[in-house]
Design a protein around this ligand. Sequence first.
Ligand code: GLN
Length: 229
Amino acid sequence: MCRHLGWLGRSVSVASLLLEPANGLLVQSYSPRRQKHGLMNADGWGVGFFDGRTPRRWRSAAPLWGDASFASVAPALGSGCIVAAVRSASVGMPIEPSASAPFTDGHWLLSHNGLVDRAVLPLSEKAESTCDSAVLAALIFERGLDALGDTIVEVADADPNARLNILAGNGSRLLATTWGDTLSTLRRDDGVVLASEPYDDNPDWQEVPDRHLVSVLGRDIELIPLKGS
Ligand code: GLN
């Protein structure tokens, strides 16, 4: 399983969210604390952020801890909406930059933490990679993010073993699902963090129960149960 993180709020640096916290994505790439599947996340990483309304991405198929260029530039990258991930590739999936989240349709940045049988997903020419997460992202973009909860329930019906934690942002909103793995929220004075696991020991982190849709607008965090069969 991968680990992902989303930010919505005032403009902050990518380094302050990913690299500086005691248990940020950088540390989670080699020593995650709550990961249920896989020991580390060495198969790539990606950071996406909104520059005005334009999503911009930096993705790699190498471990985050080895990227000195990113560490050098990350303090100077700032945004009010950020979606980032470190990757532990599922068995049989390609390891290439285009398989690292976040994926995009030009409006949303989206990460998938989990596993899904590609046989239950429609083939899409728009998938950025043959990786299951990229094919799933193409389906979610095709259906529209307003239907995210319905799409997840439908995919879970088709593949009962699927784990479907999604995290997506469009510059003014974050959406996430819990379906088989962990997610926590943190409300800060300057914004909201959604993360697979807390990046520090702040007692304000709250765990999201499994099978929920999370919607963040401004500083409001709404949790909606998802009904699966
Ligand atoms: N199945 C996806 C992949 O192979 C995501 C893996 C994960 O969550 N670790 O990239």
